[in-house]
Design a protein around this ligand. Sequence first.
Ligand code: HGY
Ligand code: MN
Ligand code: MN
Length: 423
Amino acid sequence: MSSDLDLVHTFREVWAELSGIGRAPDGGYLRFAWSPAEVALRDWFHAQAASRDMPVTHDGNGNLFATWSPAAGASGAVSGRGDGNGPGGVLTGSHFDSVPHGGAFDGPLGIVSAFLAVDLLRARGFRPARPITVAAFAEEEGSRFGVACLGSRLLTGAIDPARAAELTDRDGLALGDVLGAAPAGARPDLVAGFDAYVELHVEQGRALAAPVGVASAIWPHGRWRFDVEGEGNHAGTTLMSDRRDPMLTYAFTVLAANKEARLRDAHATVGRVEVTPNATNAIPSAVRGWLDARAADEATLAALVEAVAKKATERAGRDGTGIRFTAESTTGEVRFDEGLAARLAGLLGGVPILPTGAGHDAGVLSAHLPTAMLFVRNPTGVSHAPAETAADADCAAGVEALARVLEELSSTPLVDHDEGVAK
Ligand code: HGY
Ligand code: MN
Ligand code: MN
């Protein structure tokens, strides 16, 4: 594989292998963690790794790691830091799972690009001084078990494995049952060995005008479930003055979230609702909604959520209903390693450095090792929807950029593990 044209062609070929997996009639994807579609993508990962002689290790949390090591012995056993635990070296990758009817690129692009970057480096005769590992993190979207970046949070100890094991999906299945065992939880032996993590991801807004960019930060964000309790009753015989209708409180909460976000240049979304009994001719007894709130800084985010909860509670008082907010998954502000971001942007010829409002596994890993993100241009900015797209030429430019970064970071260790400091 040599010319850019070859790379576009190769990308298109490999991308086509995935495009039918978990695809819904509307062109969106239903790739929930450990669903048949996502398991098929895991099988694809194993096949890609095997075809490249990259041994795959599991961390006991549903995350997969395929390693290319210069020191691979006959068994393919690798050791980056010489202590025989994790592979060490440079980690790259992303996730396979999608939001319901999400786009094709959010997640898988980072994994496909990582394998193709390995191919590109090998085709150019490069041999890394440190291992290069491709990761597939589990349940990044939190679409099945409700906690975003569940796999990387388990790996880094950011969530208690016992709590995670009890998380249930919409059918009441617990994570522990799906995994067949309690998740392993924190794996410092794996994480500590890596020098750096670099995640390539499709950009999910319209801020990137160049084919490739580098991330500076991730907005603080989270998801809060709100439960509104009222009184179920007959739609036709119950006087309006006698009602305790939770749908009114819910509707007001949605409008309050919209208004309070706009007042703060923040983002608030209520995209999911459950109504009990969800009958056309009955006043609901209960309505459950989820608030996704994000802001440029933590103080603004806290003020936004507090204002929405306050106004919703006041409204519940007027409606004769009760409302309760529960934080299900929250992520603090992530500022990526500035020096690393500047170094990579320079390495790539001065590409833009920009923040994002989207969460990523890189946000979780950044608390534990030098972390960077490469963005591939999204021409429409649409994401988490079937229309999400990226041009083949930009995706190929992303592979080229990731290969360049992996070559740089696997040639000279970033972290001196003996002293545990980033160089
Ligand atoms: O929701 C997010 O920001 C990410 O796509 N998980
Ligand atoms: Mn996403
Ligand atoms: Mn993603």
